[in-house]
Design a protein around this ligand. Structure first.
Ligand code: VGL
Ligand code: ZN
Length: 227
């Protein structure tokens, strides 16, 4: 059974030169990913789409702070802190407004024209995340509190997937959290590192370690055989 290919957040807002949250050199992964879609054998192909309402809680504008400010979040349905019994508090980055629903910045159709859009012989899915206003999503499986789950886990299980290959943006946020969750869910998970780019590339060696701790295999395009 070939693996599932999961393409994370290839959207204009994560791409230079004009993306609101442009990941440096991000555009260079688009053509390799399109080739991956067309030239390799997959059981299913999934594209994820960061899809925020315009007043989303992850936006710095929502909190009247400058972008990239770290602030504390809790959620009434989130887990409780085991020592205090109060709502668990998570420190999270606030981002420039990005991937607002139905804007050019959140679009992925144009980027996949002729590749993802032309798949007709295997199941494919677009999985949206981040559409609930009051919570952040980095993983394409669930929000950061683990309360709401997208339909991705079900889609993979319904298609008898055992192995998952992930690529996309950003290596240190959504790809990282998605890959760790994929591994936790029992999928044998690999990330094609040269088809990813980071928001903070200077921290890549720390990020690599987080993947390894999460049981995720890091590979390069050249190691991916044309199965
Ligand atoms: C992402 C920050 C905010 C990502 C999404 O796709 O990595 N990062 N929203
Ligand atoms: Zn986002």
């Amino acid at each position: 059974m070939p693996p599932a290919l999961i393409i994370i957040d290839i959207q204009e807002d994560f791409l230079p030169p004009d993306g609101a949250l442009a990941v440096s050199d991000g555009r260079s992964v688009v053509s390799s990913i399109n080739e991956l879609v067309s030239n390799y054998q997959w059981s299913v192909v999934v594209a994820t789409q960061d899809w925020h309402p315009k007043d989303h809680t992850s936006f710095s504008s929502h909190h009247n702070v400058p972008p990239f400010t770290e602030i504390e979040f809790s959620h009434p349905l989130g887990e409780l802190d085991k020592t205090t019994g109060n709502a668990y508090i998570r420190t999270q980055t606030t981002w420039p407004d990005h991937c607002v629903q139905d804007t050019h910045g959140s679009d992925l159709e144009a980027l996949f024209a002729g590749h993802f859009n032309l798949i007709t012989d295997i199941p494919k899915a677009i999985i949206k995340k981040g559409y609930l206003t009051d919570r952040e999503y980095y993983s394409c499986f669930q929000d950061v509190w683990g309360i709401h789950h997208t339909e991705l886990g079900q889609f993979l299980k319904a298609n008898d997937i055992t192995d998952v290959v992930m690529v996309g943006l950003a290596y240190d946020f959504c790809v990282l959290n998605s890959a760790i969750d994929s591994s936790k869910l029992g999928f044998n998970t690999s990330v094609v590192r040269d088809c990813c780019r980071s928001v903070y590339p200077n921290n890549d060696s720390d990020t690599d370690a987080l993947y390894k701790e999460g049981g995720v295999r890091l590979i390069t395009l050249s190691e991916l055989t044309n199965h």
